[in-house]
Design a binder for this molecule. Sequence first.
Ligand SMILES: [Zn+2]
Ligand SMILES: [Zn+2]
Length: 399
Amino acid sequence: MDSPASSTAKPPINWPAAIMFPVTTLPVLTELPWYLATHEVSAARWVWAFVLLWLNGLGITAGYHRLWAHRTYSAHPALKWFLALFGGMAVQNSILIWASMHRVHHKHVDHVDHDPYSAKRGFWYSHMGWMLRNYPSSQLDYANAKDLLADKVVMFQHRHYNWFAFGSNILIPVALGLAYGDVWSFVLIAGFLRLVVNHHVTFFINSLAHMWGRQPYTTTNTARDNDFLALLTYGEGYHNYHHLFQMDYRNGIRWWHFDPTKWLIAACSWVGLSKDLKRVPNFKIQRAMLQAQFERAREKLAHINSHPTRLTELQQLLEAEWQQFSATVAEWSKLQSEKIDAAKLQMSERVHEAQHQLQERWEASDMRHRLIALERTLEQALEMQRQRVALLRMQMATA
Ligand SMILES: [Zn+2]
Ligand SMILES: [Zn+2]
């Protein structure tokens, strides 16, 4: 539920952020255009700026966001250190602060007083404004981050955050500049420009990804799916899906969705750097999409001015679809408890005698195959129904 912002008086300025943003942005707006107009700049600067941009972006999305804030997979210590270093270089605060606040964002999404970057307070506030003052909604409370307080990598990075953030931003561009024999162009392009670009593209996830795009999975919050934003945000543009299924390591769930963060996490699992990748069952995704379709159809039906007979006919058709949907969902829930029973049976096998064990294992695996086949049938039933409800909505549009 939304409530008006509790206080009209402006909170005090958050000086570290209020100084850091102008200090990093000014050279990009003034010195850099002059430098590019008056100097030859070789491709190496741009390539390194791009590489660092992506390392910082993925440090935030694969590390801060999907690993630490949401625990969508577990990572080998080597991968954790890598993500903590390059995520820290993005200068978006320590993992502990970022992830704890992000969990609050998900818990209180859109609430004007409790969501730290509520999109209901407008573009500027959700993009950057929330960082420039010490708003009460940004007050730190690690009660929601006990797992992170026990994570050695997270706590080391938190204690030495200045080194991770500022040390890396000075040392890496300067070292590259020394290697190529020109420090200043590297500081400008791979330093300032890369940092400012990465700031804004990741801030888009809090601002634009809550304002611009479609809502295929849920209309209960402002989060949107947007393919164009996914291109800029290392795959985080599928934000409508993410807000409904935050435990999934994927944000773009189809193979054609541009989600390089998902590809990185999956590739890491092939070489043992990540494991326990969590995915939401396809049925639940289909169920959410259909539910959103039903909501839209009902809304449409409430607002059309059609002949009463036609209106009743459409209402009955929609009601029949809803009945069938409820029946499929009930059948699926029953199937899930059967699956749990089958798993328990397999567990208990271990304590039985050898011959008995073999017999039961065969039965259990046979049962498992049957359950999987049934589950597929139910998924397909929902997919077909989604097409029918879409057709029904088209009929409503012309009614
Ligand atoms: Zn969000
Ligand atoms: Zn999230």
